[in-house]
Write a protein that binds this ligand. Structure first.
Ligand SMILES: [Zn+2]
Ligand SMILES: [Zn+2]
Ligand SMILES: [Zn+2]
Length: 148
């Protein structure tokens, strides 16, 4: 089967993320690779529970508790972060491509936009209030084009 360009791009990104893990002194274990793969194939934003379910589907031998432990390690290393996109559980995503989240109140669509859209705001908050804006943690809520 000829790999699609999309799966090639995903593979490239997988290698890059695994490279980040290695340079952070982490061993690249089956569970870690499975988590990163799941995040990539799901397009980013998944809850810890969804991750554990997905990993168990592809790796029945991996216990959910080890998925959660692994996820903590990936967060500690900085390869994965969590974000709050709505009212439900926090979701996890990879940090190699920094982005902000636009969440539509109408349909729930999540749009990723480059982190630098907040540069001016961050600079102003820092200068005026000594406040350091944390990027990518909370979402910007509003209405998408389709729900106007
Ligand atoms: Zn949080
Ligand atoms: Zn994200
Ligand atoms: Zn919408």
């Amino acid at each position: 089967v000829q790999p699609t360009s999309r799966s090639l791009a995903r593979d490239h990104r997988l290698q890059r993320v695994l490279g980040l893990l290695r340079t952070s002194g982490c061993r690249v274990t089956t569970t870690r690779v499975a988590i990163v793969r799941t995040l990539l194939s799901r397009g980013g934003h998944v809850t810890a529970q969804q991750l554990a379910d997905d990993v168990r589907r592809s790796h029945p031998e991996v216990h959910p508790s080890s998925v959660y432990r692994c996820l903590d390690t990936l967060v500690d290393v900085g390869v994965v972060h969590h974000a709050h996109l709505g009212h439900g559980a926090a979701v996890f995503h990879l940090t190699d491509e920094r982005h902000e989240h636009l969440v539509c109140d109408g349909c729930g669509a999540v749009t990723e936009v480059p982190s630098d859209v907040l540069d001016e705001l961050a600079e102003r908050l820092g200068r005026g209030w000594g406040f350091t804006l944390q990027r990518g943690h909370g979402a910007l809520s509003g209405r998408c084009r389709d729900c106007m």
